[in-house]
Design a protein around this ligand. Structure first.
Ligand code: PNW
Length: 481
């Protein structure tokens, strides 16, 4: 590495997307509905009534996308597979949809020909609706063999083109937003104004348990039957927040430990120890399903690396045990703490962005990298990181293309990675969210996370934002050759 290089030559950088958020063409070539196709077809379920039916039309525009990405200088790209394109009937033993497989083969080959390494997520939340209808999806342990089968089909049909697999995206967010808060598919919650069904205290724990077992089973299949011939790596993607105690008091420090164990540790610690963090068990008591000894052995060591999606930092303080954070994914799930964006003097720890739950706090990212390295000791892949600029959706196109707020966010977060690599933290990738603006779940199309602006009024035409060029130059100057 030359002395000015900050990232090793084999460092992976680029952008990320997910099938339901970009593909569109939701009934093309034999695809069946996912829970997000169904859920978003009700306009009440998103900010602007948006749904998955067209998204950014990547299903038809994939060649243009690869060319654009190449012009951005990236060496890597993260995408996800739509289960319902590959196995429209969902269940184990059902027919593989050749047309769906072929589409992904074309995309993966196109990426490789452009010199871009694909990182492929098996499950980024778009569960087959048939499996939700049949046994309530991840609320049932029946999902485990069906997911294992789906994973095997993917390795068999696509694995010759893939060296990096992510099993499941953000099990914590899928559990909490889908089964406690109820704002994500399948939309279950204790709040009867939101859903006729659900129990926010127990269901996320059951769903989380089955997600971990599904993940670990899919990894076992890869390790046993594919890793030696295909030579890839595989692991889980966890959404992680950094939490900083509001004061030096023992109470605030303890509350912060609990916050980190419950949000980050819930899915990360079992990968290493085969069981939930002690603090997590303490918080949830008998509501938490227990792993059998065989399951512990299956889950322990089930990730070749730790993939982290990270967006922001919260200040944490101890609160009355009946209080719960009022914002963010943990609301109504973690009593006894309060979170916020102000320090003890009431000063904001970062400027307001275009979404209330994200604020730029680059030093928090640095602390998270240290903590994750110390806690789990695995190689770290940053699989998402990004921001929405203030008012971004209300700006004209020309204004939105000058996304200095994002330039600042992405470059200062990338600087933290460079710093931590220098200090010995094994960070292997920086995959930013997102390649283009896209369908942002309950925000519909109103939250624009992309480094590419999408004109939803004009055939989803793509326009590079300033950040795309900035990050190309950033890595051109810092990546060792
Ligand atoms: C992640 N929260 O979701 C997902 O992996 C992406 O699909 C998504 O587009 C991206 O982050 C931006 O939101 C999250 O409320 C959704 O803390 C919500 C939260 C976190 C992550």
């Amino acid at each position: 590495m030359s002395t000015s290089a900050k990232f090793p030559a084999d460092f992976h950088w680029g952008y990320a997307t997910a099938s339901a958020q970009v593909e569109g063409s939701i009934s093309a070539d034999g695809k069946s509905p996912s829970i997000w196709d169904t859920f978003s077809s009700d306009p009440a379920h998103s900010e602007d009534g948006g749904n998955t039916s067209t998204a950014t039309e990547t299903y038809t525009k994939w060649q243009e996308d690869i060319a654009l990405m190449k012009s951005y200088g990236v060496n890597s790209y993260r995408l996800s597979l739509s289960w319902t394109r590959i196995l429209p009937d969902g269940v184990a033993g059902s027919k593989v949809n050749k047309a769906g497989v072929e589409w992904y083969r074309k995309v993966l080959k196109g990426l490789l020909e452009a010199g871009i390494t694909p990182f492929v997520t098996l499950f980024h939340w778009d569960l087959p609706q048939v499996l939700q209808d049949k046994y309530l999806g991840f609320l049932s342990s029946e999902i485990v063999p069906d997911f294992e089968n789906y994973a095997r089909v993917c390795y068999r049909e696509l694995g010759d083109l893939v060296q990096y697999w992510f099993t499941i995206n953000e099990p914590n967010v899928y559990s909490l937003l889908g089964h406690a808060i109820g704002k994500h598919a399948p939309g279950r919650s204790s709040d009867r104004n939101i859903s006729p069904q659900g129990d926010s205290q127990t269901e996320p724990l059951i769903v989380g348990h089955n997600l971990l077992l599904a993940h670990a089973s899919a990894v076992k299949v890869y390790h046993d039957d594919f890793a030696s011939s295909q030579g890839g790596k595989i692991g889980l993607v966890v959404n992680m927040l950094w939490g900083e105690p509001l004061t030096d008091s023992a109470e605030d420090k303890a509350a912060t430990e609990k916050f980190l164990a419950v949000y980050n540790g819930w899915f990360a610690e079992p990968l290493v120890t085969g069981d939930y963090p002690a603090l997590f068990k303490e918080v949830h008591g008998s509501r938490l399903p227990a792993f059998t000894d065989n399951q512990k052995a299956l889950v322990k060591g089930s990730s070749d690396f730790l993939a982290i999606n990270h967006y922001t930092t919260n200040m944490v303080r101890a609160a009355d045990s009946s209080a719960a954070p009022t914002t963010g994914p943990l609301s109504a799930f973690l009593p006894g703490i309060e979170i916020g964006f102000e320090d003890k003097d009431g000063k904001p720890i970062g400027p307001a962005a275009g979404l209330s739950w994200v604020r730029p706090v680059p030093w928090g990212f640095g602390k998270l990298l240290d903590w994750a390295h110390k806690s789990y000791g695995l190689d770290i892949y940053i699989s998402e990181n990004g921001v929405v600029c203030p008012n971004e959706n209300r700006l004209s196109r020309d204004e939105a293309l000058q996304d200095d707020f994002r330039v600042n966010y992405l470059s200062t977060y990338a600087d933290q990675i460079a710093l931590k690599i220098e200090q010995g933290v094994p960070v292997k990738s920086y995959l930013m969210w997102a390649f283009t603006d896209n369908f942002e779940w309950q925000e519909g199309y109103t939250a624009r996370f992309g480094v590419t602006w999408i004109d939803y009024q004009d055939d989803c035409r793509r326009y590079p934002k300033k950040s795309a060029g900035y990050m190309r130059n950033y890595f051109a100057a810092r990546l060792a050759r």
